[in-house]
Design a protein around this ligand. Sequence first.
Ligand code: FAD
Length: 426
Amino acid sequence: MPNTISVTPLWMQNADLPPPSERPLPSRVDVLVIGAGYTGLSAARETAAAGRSTLVLDAGELGAGCSSRNGGQVAYSIKPTFNSLKAKFGEDWAFRICREGLDAVTYLRSLAKQRDDCGWREDGCFFGAHTARHFGHMARDAESQPRGLEQRISVVPRAEQHGEIASDFYHGGCVYHDDASVDPTRLLLSLLRRAEESGAWVVDRCPVGAIQSNGDGFEALTPRGIVRARQVLLATNGYSGPLSPWHRRRVIPIGSYQIATEPLGTDRVRALIPRGRNIADSRRVVVYYRPSADGERIIFGGRAALAEKDPLACVPRLRQMMARIFPQLKSVRVSHAWVGWVAYTFDTLPHLGQHDGIYYCMGYCGQGVPLAPYFGSRIGQQMLGLKEGCTALDGLPFPSRPYYHGRPWFLAPSVFAYRLIDAIGF
Ligand SMILES: Cc1cc2nc3c(=O)[nH]c(=O)nc-3n(C[C@H](O)[C@H](O)[C@H](O)COP(=O)(O)OP(=O)(O)OC[C@H]3O[C@@H](n4cnc5c(N)ncnc54)[C@H](O)[C@@H]3O)c2cc1C
């Protein structure tokens, strides 16, 4: 029988999405949010709850962006190390930036536990060392965490790693006990419900084609008419297109690809990942995987390509990447494959603030599951002028590069070099 692979994310296949709204758009609102992912919905909840009329528009159907199609892994997600931030910004500022990463996880944990509606699981993460040298660094870092930024980490030597993973691919690793996972689409729907309960109106399949300043606010052009708004938030992350060339020059869209195996049975999955944790590793070209929520499948993701839009084209590469770690899975069938566009930034930090009067919040570098709800809510508070909205990232320059206009021509050589470094095991 031919193997038919669905290109709908596994999490979306039975999701109870609301029907498209047919109501005419309001001609005037206080707040217009562009992008209905975790960022946009979290911001909208804040502004609507404070009594500002809030409209959220999304170009695609709900969940068209990353927020329905990610790996659901929740971890401390500030990419630069404390020491590199310290060298750049000084100790105090570096500390505060790193704290935001911890606060984002705490924020999502409390949100998830309030309603228990997004499949929150606290199984932790095993972070595998790709080389013995990486293991040495990891073990040293785990034992000398900056004071006040500690995470619960256990070092797992290679001889003991079968307790975490039925593979000899790694040279040991570390368990991050505070890491968790969510069902990405259930989290999206939970944030949608919260935004709507606060009074926000969310309309999908309605792209904003242009925004113009009109003196006391903005006018947004959509296929369903012009909407005037006092404030506008751009929450378009890896899908930031020509709407705002300034932002497009500052985020680097990169494809992230995932596959789900056919149901393998819970015993077989447990045998592969005995503690049911998330798994990622220390290679430069990222892979991440975990058991599905029902424990029946392995969900495996990574940067299998840079800009390939057809997820099916990446299946052979992802299967190969998975089989290098789990030769046991060499001949299992893949049932689902999907892709989404994450947003990297040139300094690998998220950015939020205002440019030419338009608010923005984006650039989570592939780790927005905890960061996007958290910073989305902060930018919503900033739009309200609340001091709770202040973050350690406020006021950071949002860097671009000469000759970069949204087409990352430099990615192919960089990723080629990273793959080479990974392959030689440096
Ligand atoms: C395969 C994959 C796996 C991932 N795994 C993880 C993970 O395990 N852990 C983790 O932390 N992060 C992960 N991520 C990243 C995470 O999903 C994102 O960082 C996060 O969802 C970003 O949320 P967002 O709301 O900012 O953007 P998105 O959810 O991408 O939403 C942006 C929205 O803007 C809309 N838009 C764009 N232009 C317009 C316009 N002109 N008008 C109207 N709407 C517009 C788009 O349609 C889109 O819906 C993964 C991403 C992918 C793709």
